[in-house]
Design a protein around this ligand. Structure first.
Ligand SMILES: Cc1cc2nc3c(=O)[nH]c(=O)nc-3n(C[C@H](O)[C@H](O)[C@H](O)COP(=O)(O)OP(=O)(O)OC[C@H]3O[C@@H](n4cnc5c(N)ncnc54)[C@H](O)[C@@H]3O)c2cc1C
Length: 510
């Protein structure tokens, strides 16, 4: 069946098929172009490039013109420091003159169900202890010690919020969940800390918020326009990939509309969420080690809920508002004002973010149900104001969006680099790239860019018959390293009475 598919005369033939037109796909195509490999196609589900860097119209200004708000990526995270490396996304943001403003995380007011309540000093408490925790995580990495949950790491450093201390829970949410879109209990200690360190200590600790009215993905479209002509036949928009057939001499891509593409190599940049879903099939089925890696890592959901009012009734000079709900952790916790100076003054837009279980819950609800909950919280935060209903209200449903199935990936507790190498490794001529395949920058847009470029360059090396330096075994030139089996730390012989394991664990249920 494989060779039949490959001999299908109706398939478009190409050297490299790039699957997905987000940051990674565009970076992969650019890497090919930079090495004068122009025989590629870029296949994208939607009618536009950009992927999870996606915006939409929202509300309207005084002239009735809608504003642009970002549904997906919003910040350039980690910019660069003099003499040090620069985040490539920051380089592009400058090149394409994207409007952006420094996010001042100290510009924050804290609230609970009674209104303003100053517990901002707890933010400093967390940050002091986090520094110690991060150092410990570094020791675990350096000495090859077992990973823990971030919860364990934080507790050992002295951060032990009581389950009913909702202010501490809100502070922790702001400091951890807001970035990882998972709680410390659900996150790797080593790789949570390492990821934070690599981005914010390597580039810079600044997060710049992009509010450009052309949309953040203007930079992705801009980069694509440097090598794709207008109506370039190599760009297949509105093309849904349903099956990928891979062998050691080529890849055939089946599209939903019945057409197909046959390529010598392919790079799949679909999100981890798409890989974890069954809309897309692989022939043959991906090997067990690959499927294990795909199921091992977590796909988070980060949902921004936008509201526009006819006035800015919240403090005008503050960027952030943190709300501690009395019973539910992560219940509409972080509010951001777009009316703040340097953003879109007079827009009267504020938005609130939820993640993980709260995001799934909200995404299952109707707009009306969610609006009711959100308005109740706002009225608790500002009991002295007479707050009208919003003039516009909107939020995306990332968890069920079929071309993303979530927002960005996270490393769960007890992860190893080897597990991740299996996510990143190619299978025959099929390569993988994207935010989730980045070991150091997973979750970030720059991670997607680095990974797209890497996969593109490695395929270039293979096409030019040069061994790229990705493998140290000469008989496996050019392939990425993977592990057929990953071992645990306790061989069966250790399961004895001396190890607190007095009986066999292999009882049959029958
Ligand atoms: C809500 C949210 C907030 C974020 N905030 C930030 C932030 O502030 N800063 C930051 O750096 N990063 C942020 N990110 C992460 C960032 O957006 C991603 O890391 C990055 O955009 C991923 O790029 P990618 O190319 O790996 O994947 P994608 O952008 O997902 O690109 C993959 C492409 O494949 C296409 N595709 C999927 N399935 C198919 C199919 N079957 N057939 C054809 N095409 C298909 C998709 O349409 C998509 O265009 C955020 C993401 C989200 C969702």
């Amino acid at each position: 069946a494989v060779s039949k598919a490959r001999d299908d005369a109706t398939c478009t033939k190409t050297t490299v098929a790039i699957l997905g037109g987000g940051m990674a796909g565009v970076a992969a195509a650019q890497a090919l172009h930079n090495s004068s490999i122009e025989d590629f196609v870029l296949i994208e589900y939607r009618d536009t490039l950009g992927g999870r860097v996606a915006h939409t119209d929202f509300g309207k200004d005084a002239n009735g013109k809608p504003y642009t708000v970002e549904l997906g990526a919003n910040w350039v995270q980690g910019l660069g420091s003099p003499g040090g490396p620069e985040n490539p996304i920051w380089t592009f943001a400058k090149k394409w003159h994207l409007n952006n403003t420094y996010s001042n995380y100290s510009s924050i007011l804290t609230y609970d169900e009674t209104g303003f309540n100053d517990y901002a000093s707890m933010l400093d408490d967390f940050e002091d202890l986090y520094d110690d925790a991060s150092e410990q995580a570094g020791i675990l990495l350096k000495e090859n010690l077992q990973d823990q949950t971030a919860r364990t790491g934080l507790a050992l450093a002295g951060w032990r919020p009581k389950v009913d201390d909702m202010k501490a829970q809100a502070v922790e949410w702001w400091e951890w969940d807001w970035e990882d879109s998972y709680s410390p209990d659900e996150s790797s200690f080593i790789f949570g800390a390492a990821g934070e360190n690599l981005t914010f200590n390597q580039f810079s600790d600044a997060n710049n918020y992009v509010w450009d009215q052309r949309g953040y993905n203007h930079l992705i479209k801009g980069e694509a326009s440097t090598f794709l002509k207008k109506n370039d036949p190599r760009l297949h928009l509105n093309s849904i990939v349903t099956n990928i057939t891979y062998t050691d001499d080529g890849v055939t891509i089946q599209k939903k509309d019945g057409s197909c593409v046959q390529a010598a190599y392919a790079v799949c940049t679909f999100s981890l969420g798409v890989l974890q879903n069954s809309d897309l099939t692989f022939s043959p089925k991906l090997p067990y080690w690959k499927r294990t890696a795909i199921e091992k890592f977590s796909m988070g959901t980060y949902t921004k809920i936008f509201l526009q009012f006819n006035e800015t009734f919240w403090p005008r000079d503050t960027q952030y508002f943190l709300y501690a709900d009395p019973t539910t952790r992560g219940y509409y916790p972080v509010w951001q004002s777009l009316s703040a100076p340097g953003f879109i003054p007079e827009s009267n837009i504020i938005f609130v973010t939820v993640v993980s279980q709260e995001a799934y819950r909200v995404e299952r609800q109707s707009d009306e149900e969610t609006q009711k909950e959100v308005m109740k919280v706002l009225r608790e935060m500002y009991p002295d104001k007479d707050i009208p209903e919003p003039t516009a209200f909107m939020y995306p449903r990332w968890s069920t969006t079929p071309w993303a199935y979530g927002s960005y990936s996270n490393w769960p507790p007890s992860t190893t680099l080897e597990m991740h190498e299996n996510l990143r490794a190619n299978v025959d001529r099929l390569w993988f790239a994207g935010e989730a395949t980045s070991a150091g920058y997973f979750g970030f847009l720059h991670g997607a860019w680095f990974e797209g470029r890497d996969a593109g360059e490695q395929i270039v090396a293979l096409l030019k018959d040069k061994c790229s330096n990705v493998s140290d075994t000469s008989d496996d030139c050019g392939n990425r390293r993977y592990y057929e089996k990953l071992s645990g730390s306790s061989p069966l012989a250790d399961y004895s009475v001396f190890d607190g394991w007095p009986v066999s664990s292999f009882y049959s249920s029958s």
